[in-house]
Design a protein around this ligand. Structure first.
Ligand code: SAM
Length: 194
């Protein structure tokens, strides 16, 4: 319940940046990670971790020797994540600086990028910069996983994001809709040469 209240407060402070009124459900988090092959990853990056609904699941599936880096723009969420997940490197920063963040952490590229970002509500230039950073930060055989809200699939920013990504990944997997999530959402997993 505390997570839900903190998340809602974050939404009320910055609705476009947070993009949802509640953290992802466990069911959606598991769909997001279903094809992420976390066990074989050395470096896992999560963008827009919020209160850690997906971070928790990542830590359940990741190999203990892997480096997990979380990037969160909201200061209060970043503080909570730092306290809650001491085994994770939490960066209070924007995903727009992903390459710089990885360098600062002593990593070159990521095996898996997990996105919790609300693409439909972010300004298009921000989406464009983050997409470019993700593509430049993944290993050639890396994976990008995330989720989209059903009500936003026809949003122009989301469609532009999908087009851009489809051209860069050979394998695209979309999950069934998780109706129990608030709001209902589907997970995507992209892999192949990028
Ligand atoms: C829809 S919430 C998802 C939170 C969490 N991943 C979940 O599934 O419950 C989006 C999160 O992305 C963060 N965010 C938005 N823009 C960001 C950016 N440019 N860089 C890093 N985090 C960002 C917001 O602060 C918020 O915590």
């Amino acid at each position: 319940m505390r997570d839900h209240l903190q998340f809602l407060a974050g939404f009320l402070r910055k609705p476009r940046t947070v993009g949802a009124v509640a953290p992802s459900s466990g069911r959606l988090a598991r769909e997001v990670l279903r094809y992420s092959d976390l066990w074989h990853a050395d470096t896992v990056v999560e963008l827009g971790a919020g209160t850690g609904a997906i971070t928790r699941e990542i830590l359940d599936y990741v190999n203990p020797r892997a480096r997990v880096i979380v990037v969160e723009l909201d200061e209060r969420h970043a503080e909570l994540l730092t306290r809650r997940f001491p085994e994770v490197t939490v960066c209070h920063d924007s995903a727009e600086n992903l390459r710089r963040i990885l360098r600062r952490c002593g990593c070159r590229r990521a095996d898996v990028v997990v996105s919790g970002l609300p693409w439909a509500s972010l300004p298009p230039p921000v989406c464009e910069r983050i997409t470019a950073e993700i593509l430049a930060s993944l290993k050639p055989d890396g994976r990008l996983c995330g989720f989209g809200y059903v009500h936003a699939v026809w949003h122009p920013a989301v469609r532009a994001f999908h087009e851009r990504l489809r051209g860069n990944f050979a394998q695209v997997r979309i999950s069934p809709v998780v109706w129990g999530n608030l709001p209902p959402a589907f997970a995507y997993s992209l892999a192949g040469p990028c």
